[in-house]
Structure formats: C-alpha cells, structure tokens
Ligand binder design. Structure first.
Ligand code: 0O2
Length: 238
C-alpha cells in the first residue's frame, strides 16, 4: 500500500470512529431535525402565499370573467443550493444564517396573462395588511442586459403555529407567459451553464426577449381594445 493510501485509510478510520460515536449521531440527528423544521416553516409560508394568489384569481374571475393568473409554481431551494449560496456570501451553514441572509429559500413564480396583470396582482398582494415588502426589483421596467424580464418581490408573511407566530420570507417572481417562455428556454441554453456562449448568441437571446416583449405589448393593446368599460374603470386602464 502506498504511503498516500495508508494515510487515506487512517483518515477513513478516524471518520468512522467519529461518526459511530453516539454524540455524533445525536448532533447529526439534531441538525437534521432543525433543518427539516425550518423547511417545514418555509413550506407553510408558500402555502399561505399561494392561497392568497388563488383567492385573488377567484375574485378576479367573478368580477371580470377571466383569470389573470395562468399558473403558479412554488419551490423550496435545494440543500446544495442553500449551502452554495451561503458559502458564496461567506456565511457558515447554520439555521439562523439561512433565515437571515437567504431571501429565496421559499420561491413562488406567478405566471400572468398580460403585463398589466403582473402589476395588478402584485399591488393587490402588497396592499394586504399581513404582507411586508422587503425588496422589489422590477426587471420588466428595467430588463437585465441578457433580456431577462420579471417583477421580483421579497416579502415577509406570518405563519401561525400552535404556540407562536413566525415571520417568513418568500421570493415572488411575477412574469407573463411570454417572459416565462423566454426565461425557461434561456435557463436551458445559458443561465448559470458553462456551455459555449458567444456574443452573437447573447445578441440573439436579447433579440428573442425583445420579440417576447413586443408580443406582450401587442396582446395587451388588443385586450385593452376589447375590454368592457367597467373593467377599464376598476383597473384604472385608460
Ligand atoms: P434558479 O436556478 O432560477 O433558482 P441572488 O438572488 O442573490 O442570487 P440577484 O442577482 O440579486 O442574486 O437575484 P435576481 O437577479 O433577483 O435573480 C434571482 C432569480 O431570478 C434567479 O434565481 C433566477 O430564477 C431569476 N433570474 C435572474 N436573472 C436571470 C436570467 O438572466 N435568466 C433566467 N432564466 N433567470 C434569471 P437563481 O437562484 O439565480 O436561479
């Protein structure tokens, strides 16, 4: 056995001894339980926010006979992504650092029909008295150089447990169908990938995003042309 291999075997043995100790089992189990509990709280926050969107969609449907929300997708950040992001920011992995420094552990994507629906639904949510706005990034009014468009909100929402009320952060991304189509496809082609990527490709993707934005503008103009006067008045559409 080479000296390097002998050292590795010794290291392995040392780890085995540590992991077989009762103390280590207890520590790992305790950490796993804390993590599972925190993720359960984030899942509760996602349920709360998702319900709010479903209620808004239902009410809209009653008032205007159409649904402004096409689709709602929610997800919890994967443990490896949580670890990587904390590492990127220079924080050790701990439950308090996750809660304090990561704003997108719980994420919801709301896909709306028209650009104006994005703002109507976002404002309706923000006007609710149990929602606190932490951060707003409007990549629709100010698209990223890549062409990415979405309205991002970080909000805080209470969840009510048996003996406590906890404030949880949720990231919400609002997009139209056209914006979502571009972002989903660009995610496969380029975003955070180390595939070949030339300036020409970047220009082509930015052009595709412009085409999507043009589609949104044209569809919105058609909708405004057919809309009933009462809806125009209720939604402040000129
Ligand atoms: P994934 O794989 O979608 O979960 P940070 O939030 O700290 O990472 P930043 O730049 O402040 O960084 O956040 P920003 O710009 O608000 O973007 C966060 C999320 O928006 C990303 O999450 C993506 O979902 C989406 N996003 C932002 N820019 C792009 C883009 O150019 N293309 C696509 N397809 N999506 C984008 P994640 O966790 O980075 O990625």
């Amino acid at each position: 056995m080479s000296p390097q291999f002998a050292n590795e075997r010794e290291l392995e043995k040392e780890f085995e001894q540590i992991f077989e100790s009762e103390e280590a089992h207890y520590l790992i189990a305790q950490r796993a339980h804390e993590y599972a509990k925190l993720m359960a709280y984030y899942r509760c926050a996602l349920m709360e926010v998702e319900t709010k969107f479903k209620v808004l969609n239902e009410e809209f449907s009653l008032r205007f006979d159409r649904n402004p929300i096409e689709n709602i997708k929610s997800r919890l950040k994967r443990p490896i992504s949580i670890r990587n992001k904390l590492k990127k920011y220079g924080y050790p992995l701990s439950m308090s650092n996750i809660e304090e420094h990561l704003h997108d552990v719980a994420g919801i994507r709301v896909i709306c029909s028209f650009p104006s629906d994005v703002y109507t639904i976002a404002e309706a949510l923000l006007s609710q008295d149990d929602i606190t706005l932490i951060e707003r990034k409007d990549y629709i009014k100010n698209p990223k150089p890549s062409g990415y468009r979405s309205l991002h909100l970080i909000i805080e929402i209470p969840i009510f447990l048996t003996k406590e009320k906890r404030m949880m952060k949720v990231e919400i991304q609002f997009r139209t169908l056209a914006m979502d189509c571009w972002a989903s496809l660009e995610h496969q082609i380029h975003y955070k990938k180390d595939y070949l990527y030339t300036d020409e490709m970047a220009k082509e993707l930015a052009l595709c995003a412009e085409i999507g934005a043009d589609l949104d503008r044209r569809m919105e103009a058609l909708r405004k042309a057919v809309i009933k006067p009462q809806e125009k008045k209720d939604l402040n559409i000129i």
